[in-house]
Design a protein around this ligand. Structure first.
Ligand code: PXP
Length: 240
């Protein structure tokens, strides 16, 4: 199975916002990521717009030719934005508005009815919905109740443990992925994936459809350049 690389360009907006002008230009960077081989562009608009702004999302929707993925907490303003843009995919994340970055997956039991109602809105609009979850069998088992098509496995624990013991780090993700496939869910993954840990993740997790990578990829681009960096990440998503 071909696994797509979706580049999260929030860090580009963060850099731009530091100076108040339009450099780097997120539209140009998104186009370049696609030109250099990325198969998707991800953005995570937050209510305070400290990274990607709602207006960026509207502009990106006009130019992204690969898969556009909008992730975030489904507040009413987020839902309205996604419905107006109609991206290929929306990824629902349970992060509070002031979170530095996503720091947990959904509790699919506790938030079952909220997720079901929210996913239905996007399903009705023909937008594929993915929900961010920990590699926790119980959370995966209850994911189909909300009628999402995909889950995104939250990979921070894997990334943290990878340097110490890769086999141990990945074990819960293999179990989670098998369970998801058994339940008919497609699988994405993201958070703290990088050039060191991505290939092992990809070759060990069955049926990985997509990874979304931001922080490490943009950091690597400082040294290798964006084009080389994207090629290096794509190489990690090959079996040999
Ligand atoms: N997936 C989700 C749901 C996220 O919130 C983030 C961070 O915005 C990522 C993937 C990408 O994580 P990273 O920036 O560590 O690559």
């Amino acid at each position: 199975m071909n696994c797509k690389l979706s580049v999260n360009i929030n860090k580009i907006a963060t850099l731009r916002n530091a100076r108040g002008h339009n450099l780097p230009n997120v539209i140009t960077v998104a186009k370049d990521c696609e030109k250099f081989g990325a198969q998707g562009i991800t953005v995570h608009p937050r209510p305070d717009e400290r990274h990607i702004r709602y207006n960026d999302v509207l502009e990106l929707a006009q130019i992204v030719t690969t898969e556009f993925n909008i992730e975030g907490y489904p507040s009413q303003s987020f839902i309205d934005l996604v419905l107006s843009v109609k991206p290929a995919q929306v990824t629902l994340v349970p992060d509070p508005p002031d979170a530095i970055t996503s720091n947990a997956g959904w509790d699919t039991v506790k938030h079952a009815s909220f997720l079901k109602d929210t996913v239905e809105i996007f399903n009705t609009a023909g937008i594929r919905t993915s929900i961010f979850v920990d590699a926790d069998t119980r959370m995966i088992e209850h994911a189909p109740e909300c009628k999402c098509k995909r889950i995104e496995l939250y990979t921070e624990n894997y990334a943290n443990m990878f340097a110490i013991n890769p086999a141990h780090a990945i074990a819960p993700y293999v179990t989670a992925a098998k369970k998801a496939t058994e339940l008919g869910l497609e699988i994405n993954a993201g958070h703290d994936l990088n050039l060191t840990n991505l290939h092992y993740f990809y070759t060990t997790i069955p049926n990985l459809a997509e990874v979304s990578i931001g922080h490490a990829l943009i950091c690597d681009a400082l040294y290798y350049g964006l084009q080389n960096t994207i090629q290096l990440y794509l190489k990690c998503l090959k079996t040999s």
